[in-house]
Design a protein around this ligand. Structure first.
Ligand code: ZN
Length: 282
């Protein structure tokens, strides 16, 4: 990506200097968190199950970032700024105002309006405070464990979480949450898949705009994004984790579906084209 030298967003909240102590007793739901750690982009209900209602005691000190971390922080800031531009324009064309979300950088663990979360949950969006949370060490994991290297793969992660913010602003998340609470498990999972695939499609819309309007993309970037989308498909993750695939337990969509919806957003740049709830063809 051609991101260097571009203005970063002012909506980055750096909480990497905050350290949590364990105030006695049993661990912090680490097992639950470890189980769901194979995904990024938890949907809100998963995050709510995976976090403590209140955080252990915390201390704040200066955070010493490595040159590599400094570069990643800058990169995330530029991507966030570009999503602000993209969605600001789309919302204003529809006669609405885009409310810019904050992006919280944390290290190890963080307290959000959705509860206390450890880095193992991966990046997530909390609809309760309209913030995206990311521990930059996830990018190492994305490259090494999921086999999805490249700056555009990293940008896709941010753009997907921003997709959940857009869903929240549009009332889609709330409607879907209500529908899921009425549904049985398989149906609730299917609704989660639709929401996740739409966030992938919204990430594609960002890529469309970053490419067409600002020429941020370089050769090979889209392939990096598609590779990342495929790498975190439920089928591939399940196969790696337990050797078989159970489609009714999917909550994010298969590799093929994630690639398809990201591509659709990228090719059309259209919110209407991302109607994963109104189609039988996921
Ligand atoms: Zn997600």
């Amino acid at each position: 990506m051609r991101w260097r030298g571009r203005q970063g967003s002012s909506n980055i909240e750096d909480r990497r200097g905050v350290r949590f102590g364990r105030a006695g007793g049993i661990g912090i739901g680490t097992i639950v968190l470890a189980l769901i750690a194979i995904y990024f982009g938890q949907d809100p209900s998963v995050v709510l199950q995976g976090v403590q209602p209140s955080a252990p005691t915390s201390q704040e000190g200066p955070y010493q970032e490595t040159p590599e971390e400094a570069q990643q922080r800058e990169f995330v800031g530029v991507v966030l700024a570009d999503t602000e531009e993209t969605w600001g324009q789309i919302f204003s064309q529809a006669g609405r105002t885009y409310e810019q979300p904050k992006l919280v950088l944390f290290s190890g663990a963080v307290e959000s309006a959705c509860g206390f979360a450890e880095a193992a949950v991966g990046p997530f969006y909390c609809p309760g405070d309209h913030k995206v949370y990311i521990d930059l060490s996830f990018y190492q994991e994305l490259q090494n464990r999921f086999g999805a290297p490249g700056d555009f793969a990293q940008a896709y992660v941010v753009a997907h979480e921003i997709g959940h913010h857009v869903q929240t602003l549009l009332g889609i998340s709330e409607r879907n949450m209500a529908a899921r609470q009425q549904a049985g498990e398989a149906e609730a999972n299917a609704l989660s898949v639709r929401q996740e695939l739409q966030a992938d499609c919204f990430a594609g819309i960002w890529a469309h705009n970053a490419d067409r309007s600002r020429q941020l993309l370089e050769q090979g970037d889209i392939e990096e994004g598609l590779n990342a989308a495929a790498a975190i498909g439920d089928d591939r993750l399940q196969k790696q984790a337990r050797g078989y695939v159970a489609p009714e337990s999917f909550t994010h969509g298969s590799s093929e579906q994630r690639v398809r919806w990201f591509k659709r957003g990228y090719e059309t740049g259209s919110v209407q084209a991302c109607d994963t709830f109104g189609t039988n063809q996921l």
